[in-house]
Design a protein around this ligand. Structure first.
Ligand code: 2AM
Length: 197
C-alpha cells in the first residue's frame, strides 16, 4: 500500500494568513534571496509531523484526533515576534512566535503520546510552537546569514492577531518541484466551545 506523507496541524484564519503574507513580503524585500519562503496560504501550526503513513494508520490517527479534540475545549493563542531555529546566529528556519495557553501543550502532548503508541517516534526536541515563514538555504554565505540574524534580532515585536482553535486537521503533504501542497484528510472538532471570560 502506498504511504502518504502526513502531519497534524492547526490551520490559521484567512486574515491571520494575510498578515503573515504581508510580513513575509516585507522580509523578502529586506533579506538576501537565500530563503525559501512558505506561501502564506500554507502557513500552519504543526502539532506532529508523521512522515510516510499507511492508509490504515491514517484512519487510526483520524479517530485518535477526533477523540482527543472531542474531550477538549476551544482555546485561543496569539501570534507575533520573529525568531530562528536552531539559534539566532545559525538561522535555518525563520518563524513567527506563538503565545499560547497550556491547553496547546496538553493537546500536542496527547497527540504525540497517541502517535507513539502507533510507532511514530517523538521529535526528540521539546515542542516549541511556531509558524514557519521560510527556510534558509544551506549554501547561504556567512554574510547573508549575518544579515538575516541582524534583521530578525532588531525586528520590532508586533502582535499579528489571535487564533481561536476550534479544530485540529490531519493533512496530506504532496511534494513537487513547485513546493508542498497540503490537503486536509480529516478534521477533528473541539468538543466544547470557547467560554467568554
Ligand atoms: P514546521 O512546522 O517547522 O514548518 C509539514 O511538512 C510540516 O511538518 C511543516 O510545517 C514542518 O515543519 C513539519 N515538519 C516537522 N518535521 C519535519 C520533517 N522532518 N520533514 C518535513 N516537515 C517536517
Amino acid at each position: 500500500m502506498t504511504a502518504i506523507r502526513a502531519f497534524i496541524a492547526i490551520e490559521l484564519p484567512a486574515e491571520v494568513r494575510a498578515r503573515l503574507g504581508e510580513l513575509s513580503e516585507k522580509l523578502q524585500r529586506s533579506l538576501p534571496p537565500v530563503i525559501r519562503w512558505v506561501p502564506a496560504n500554507n502557513i500552519h501550526l504543526t502539532l506532529k509531523f508523521l512522515g510516510d503513513t499507511s492508509p490504515t494508520n491514517l484512519e487510526f490517527l483520524a479517530k485518535i484526533m477526533a477523540a482527543e479534540a472531542a474531550r477538549r475545549s476551544c482555546f485561543e493563542f496569539t501570534i507575533g515576534g520573529l525568531g530562528t531555529f536552531p539559534s539566532i546566529r545559525r538561522p535555518r528556519v525563520i518563524w513567527v512566535g506563538v503565545q499560547a495557553p497550556r491547553e496547546l501543550d496538553h493537546l500536542q502532548r496527547a497527540i504525540e503520546a497517541e502517535a507513539l503508541r502507533l510507532g511514530y517516534s517523538p521529535d526528540g526536541r521539546p515542542f516549541s510552537p511556531h509558524l514557519t515563514l521560510g527556510r534558509v538555504n544551506q549554501n547561504a554565505s556567512p554574510e547573508d546569514v549575518r544579515k538575516i540574524s541582524d534583521l530578525i534580532l532588531k525586528y520590532p515585536h508586533k502582535n499579528l492577531g489571535s487564533v481561536c482553535v476550534e479544530q485540529v486537521v490531519l493533512f496530506r503533504s504532496d511534494l513537487s518541484q513547485k513546493g508542498a501542497t497540503y490537503v486536509p484528510l480529516a478534521t477533528a472538532k473541539m468538543g466544547k466551545r470557547l467560554v467568554e471570560k
